[in-house]
Design a binder for this molecule. Structure first.
Ligand SMILES: [Zn+2]
Length: 268
């Protein structure tokens, strides 16, 4: 029988690391507690009952016991092992990118049910046979929104005037678009100064702006109706990746892998 020190939660396993010879520390994203780290004792033993239920990219139901530092997983049961993702390198790379983003953007103990639903929904969407890059872009845009980084795509972040349907400029540091007039002013200031390390903005096409605005405010099913050509798809990917890289201040490991796989796919 459980005690008051036991509690049950569902969650998606984001990652695991070895602890000593037989144990593992797992990082889980849960609806009730947000990100949570827990110890899975004996998980490395060949006959461990925890085994596959605590592998990354698994949706599990777990029983945990309060520990002095980290809580301890005492029982676990797989709800969805996402085999369609694990059995396909390309899909797995995309799914691991989503897990790494959740890990990079969240801190332990901050609950967000919406983020949990976005994570779980995106893993299901990536499992669909016809899923494509839209699922990743949709995830990125909504992750940014839930965590307070929603890019400003309606008004210039410098002068606040409504943006016109022309080429505008995306500024990761300012979290949104700059109108052409403000951008050329800022660029001339940038060229005169040698203290700013990175170029402050890059151009964004009218088409990319339209798609980003729509995806920011629609549901996933609607987002799938937009037909995105390869050139536009790359532009959308680069825009959001630049912004995310600016926020997390590093290159994501899974993204490097995803890009390498993408190149190999193109060369086939
Ligand atoms: Zn402006």
């Amino acid at each position: 029988m459980g005690t008051s020190r036991d509690y049950q939660t569902q969650g998606v396993i984001l990652k695991q690391t070895k602890l000593g010879e037989f144990d593992k520390i797992i990082t889980i994203y849960t609806p009730e507690f947000g990100k949570l780290r827990a110890v899975a004792k004996g998980a490395c033993r060949p006959k461990s009952k925890l085994g596959g239920n605590i592998e990354p990219l698994t949706h599990s139901l777990m029983l945990l016991a309060k520990g002095r530092n980290l809580d301890i997983v005492t029982q676990s049961q797989t709800i969805n092992g996402f085999l369609a993702l694990k059995n396909d390198l390309w899909r797995m790379a995309r799914a691991l990118y989503i897990l790494e983003l959740i890990d990079a953007f969240t801190i332990e103990g901050t609950e967000s049910r919406l983020l949990f639903e976005l994570l779980l929904g995106s893993l299901h969407q990536l499992s669909e046979p016809d899923s494509n890059e839209t699922a990743l872009r949709y995830f990125e845009l909504h992750l940014l929104h839930y965590l307070g980084y929603r890019p400003q795509l309606r008004r210039c972040v410098t002068c606040d005037s409504p943006l016109k349907p022309v080429i505008n400029f995306f500024s990761p540091a300012k979290g949104g678009l700059i109108c052409p007039a403000c951008n050329s002013e800022e660029n001339s200031r940038y060229e005169q100064s040698d203290t700013i390390a990175t170029k402050p903005s890059f151009p964004l096409s009218v088409q990319a702006l339209k798609v980003l605005r729509l995806w920011q405010s629609c549901d996933y099913v609607t987002s799938r109706r937009v037909k995105v050509k390869p050139g536009l798809s790359r532009e959308l990917e680069q825009t959001l990746c630049e912004y995310i890289r600016y926020i997390v201040q590093r290159e994501l490991k899974s993204l490097t892998w995803l890009k390498r796989l993408g190149k190999e796919n193109v060369s086939l």
